[in-house]
Design a protein around this ligand. Structure first.
Ligand SMILES: C[S@@+](CC[C@H](N)C(=O)[O-])C[C@H]1O[C@@H](n2cnc3c(N)ncnc32)[C@H](O)[C@@H]1O
Length: 155
């Protein structure tokens, strides 16, 4: 763990700027060469009786920003809600955004454990169409230049 933290620290040092402002103003400064990772407040933890964050992010507003980012060809990744045990949190992001939806098994839910339950968490991770296109192009390029690697991937 220590060595992982030190490696992440070395990778981020001298090329990281920390700001506290609305994410829309940060997104506006990005280019299509960037990859933007967003971890917004989940619906399951916003606008509920015991919400976790001071301010939530309304679903409709967030979806609107994602539409704008798609139109601008931005590459982004969003983690947004998911499932704990049999309970699904929040509404999935709409299909018209054409996002690649991945379900990530994140292990035992600490929240459930604290409540005396034993459930696993499955997080939703969404990739933007522009990012999927970039990844596909990169994979095709790698496969063409390193056929052995492609065989290995297929095996
Ligand atoms: C799920 S947490 C992110 C946690 C973070 N990735 C971490 O690992 O510590 C969501 C964060 O988004 C912030 N947030 C809420 N609305 C925001 C907005 N409009 N612009 C920027 N950040 C916002 C919340 O205050 C909260 O800190």
């Amino acid at each position: 763990m220590r060595s992982q933290l030190l490696r992440v620290s070395a990778a981020l040092a001298a090329r990281t700027r920390v700001t506290a402002r609305d994410f829309r103003s940060v997104v506006a400064e990005t280019s299509i060469d960037d990859v933007i990772y967003m971890d917004p407040p989940y619906q399951g933890t916003s606008f509920t009786r015991d919400h976790r964050y001071l301010g939530g992010l309304p679903y409709r507003e967030f979806v609107e920003v994602l539409h704008t980012m798609n139109s601008a060809g931005k590459s982004y990744i969003v983690s947004y809600d998911g499932k704990t045990g049999e309970k699904t949190h929040g509404e999935p992001l709409p299909s018209e955004l054409r996002l690649r939806h991945l379900s990530i098994h994140a292990g035992r839910s600490s929240q459930s454990t604290l409540l005396g339950r034993d459930c696993d968490t499955v997080e939703s991770l969404y990739l933007s169409p522009a990012l999927v296109e970039r990844l596909n192009a990169q994979t095709a390029q790698t496969a063409a230049s390193e056929p052995d690697q492609q065989e290995l991937a297929i095996a």
